[in-house]
Design a protein around this ligand. Structure first.
Ligand SMILES: Cc1cc2nc3c(=O)[nH]c(=O)nc-3n(C[C@H](O)[C@H](O)[C@H](O)COP(=O)(O)OP(=O)(O)OC[C@H]3O[C@@H](n4cnc5c(N)ncnc54)[C@H](O)[C@@H]3O)c2cc1C
Length: 541
């Protein structure tokens, strides 16, 4: 296909599409992003960029920009508060919510960031725009596409009605919940739709953040019965968001009155925008047909409580991009592209379960007038409410187990697990190097993370001066698979990976580990996504 416009057509320039473009261009592939809107970032939506996405931002060299553009100053407490009204003493405080406190931790290289989605999209869009291998077509939408023998041909339409054709070996629908690519592929979403309807008001409230007596936090869950809601700072320039359960027909003025009750004191408020959104719990029937793939909200939709959707889409992009780069580079087995759905669906299901549980316990569920009163009875009610809130809401704000503890099983691009890993628990992360898990993170020194030492392709971690891996490296190189050999102190490798030899994939997941250099053929099969036998945990191949 020499008349191609790109190696990969990406439909949708939201966080998933832009992450795909970033990851693919980094791997030397040409992309064309087709985005219906004239610019990125129209709605505020995501505020939590989690620690997994921040590790990708570190690989992409974008962390300084993300930190610089976060609206929160250094000392701002990264906590979620439950209160009767905005200025009331917190009933419960979830400190270090989402691991967003600016501190160094062993489990990950970058703390999470609180930053509006449109800012993240802007940062990614600038990165993509600076890439000579990327073309971004703002103001163009996908109309249709068809598969040809060596690729796809897509028809796109501009704002002025002009149409043109684009050709590429692959197309990805990163075009959100109402995905045209999904519709054109005839793939259904399964699950529950229209669970709850919310309205978010974007407000300018001058001076509120500096008011004396305001207990500061990322999210304030207000549990006053006539003002049950969530409010919090959104951006620089006194911009706040206010969300509550409300049908689209509820007048903005009515919602604004509730916001005033939730704030509980006189403030000047300007409504900047309104965003109505509906919670679903849906997963696509499939993520691939031939040369077309789905990623991000196009294949999974769930409640935003827990802050996972955008992060999950970025995770999809990372998993899919290196596999497409492998296919384009001629070294992927057919199983590698199929492993995308096998692997990501496992994470999607776990996140959908958790996010659906989170939306089952809203401010309304805890609201009680006594929580705003004084006296021993009210104190006892607050203590009881605090216990209940902690029980139900901890997985929403402390979810490191889900964010880093997810693992890929039964994938043709991962060796069979050599033992059963720790159970997946939403709030508890136990680093583990069983194949399929994320490579355990550790610091090499004050500033260098083990992840910084991984190559852009596969990384074979070997003890310093211990083993001769030259024959294996030669065999791998002959296939065109990018491989870096990383020599580290053997005791260090053993401590973190519980084996002296480890193969890490381009997405930082452990592909294989062992005590002896295996036959080259075995490792190459895994790298190409062609491992056929599906052994049980504990049994070696
Ligand atoms: C209130 C709220 C709060 C949230 N908070 C969080 C959070 O804290 N953390 C988190 O991780 N997630 C959060 N989310 C979820 C997050 O917003 C989504 O998961 C994320 O936007 C999905 O990104 P995407 O790129 O897959 O899809 P989208 O953001 O929907 O982007 C799809 C893009 O495709 C374009 N498009 C659609 N059709 C076409 C077409 N035919 N041709 C060309 N372009 C097309 C659209 O214009 C759009 O720009 C929240 C969501 C809501 C509603």
């Amino acid at each position: 296909m020499d008349n191609r416009d790109a190696d990969v057509l990406i439909i949708g320039g939201g966080p998933t599409g832009l992450a795909l473009a970033t990851e693919l261009t980094m791997r030397g592939k040409r992309v064309c992003v087709v985005e219906r809107n004239e610019r990125t970032g129209v709605q505020p939506r995501a505020k939590t960029t989690n620690v997994r996405t921040m590790a990708h931002m570190r690989r992409w060299g974008l962390v300084p920009e993300v930190r610089r553009r976060s609206p929160l100053p250094q000392g701002f407490p990264r906590r979620v508060l439950f209160q009767h009204t905005l200025f009331a003493n917190p009933i419960v405080s979830f400190d270090d919510s989402f691991c967003a406190s600016p501190q160094r931790r062993d489990e990950f290289p970058e703390h999470a960031e609180f930053i509006p989605q449109y800012v993240i999209e802007g940062i990614l869009a600038e990165k993509v725009a600076s890439e000579p291998l990327a073309t971004v077509m703002f103001g163009w939408e996908l109309v249709s596409f068809a598969e040809e023998s060596e690729g796809v041909v897509a028809r796109v339409r501009g704002r002025d009605g002009a149409e043109r054709e684009l050709r590429a070996p692959y197309i990805i629908g990163a075009d959100g919940g109402r995905s045209s690519v999904r519709r054109l592929l005839g793939i259904e979403m399964r699950g529950k739709s229209n669970l709850t309807t919310f309205a978010t008001l974007i407000l300018r409230i001058p001076g509120l953040i500096e008011r004396n007596g305001l207990p500061r936090g990322l999210f304030h869950f207000i549990v006053r019965p006539d003002a049950a809601s969530i409010i919090g700072p959104l951006d620089q320039g006194d911009v706040w968001y206010f969300s509550r359960v409300a049908q689209a027909e509820v007048p903005t003025e009515d919602i604004l009155n509730v916001a005033r009750r939730a704030i509980g004191c006189e403030v000047e408020i300007e409504v900047l925008a309104r965003d109505n959104w509906v919670v679903h719990s849906l997963l696509a029937d499939g993520y691939r047909k031939g040369r077309a793939f789905l990623a991000g909200d196009a294949c999974h939709l769930h409640s935003p409580f827990g802050g996972h959707g955008m992060n999950l889409g970025i995770g999809d992009a990372v998993d899919l991009a290196w596999k497409l780069a492998a296919a384009l580079g001629g070294w992927a087995g057919e199983g590698l592209l199929d492993s995308y759905a096998v692997e990501r669906a496992q994470v999607h299901k776990a996140v959908i379960d958790s996010a659906t549980r989170n939306v089952g316990a809203l401010s309304e569920n805890f609201a009680d007038p006594i929580l705003g009163e004084t006296g021993p009875e009210a104190d006892a009610a607050r203590t009881a409410a605090a216990a209940e809130i902690r029980k139900l809401k901890t997985p929403e704000f402390h979810s490191l187990g889900l964010v880093l503890g997810y693992r890929y099983t039964n994938s043709p691009a991962i060796a069979p697990p050599d033992r059963e890993g720790p159970p997946l628990e939403v709030s508890r992360y136990v680093p583990d190097a069983t194949p399929g898990h994320l490579a355990p993170h550790f610091w090499i020194d004050e500033t260098i993370s083990i992840y910084d030492l991984f190559g852009i392709g596969f990384t074979l971690i070997v003890g310093e001066g211990q083993r001769d891996v030259s024959a294996l490296v030669e065999d791998v190189e002959a296939t065109g698979i990018p491989l870096k050999v990383l020599r580290l102190d053997e005791a260090l490798i053993d401590r973190h990976f519980e084996a002296p030899l480890v193969l890490v994939r381009p997405d930082q997941h452990v592909a294989w580990r062992g005590n002896a250099i295996p036959e080259s053929r075995r490792l190459i099969e895994i790298m190409r996504g062609e491992r056929r036998s599906q052994s049980e945990p504990g049994k070696s191949e």
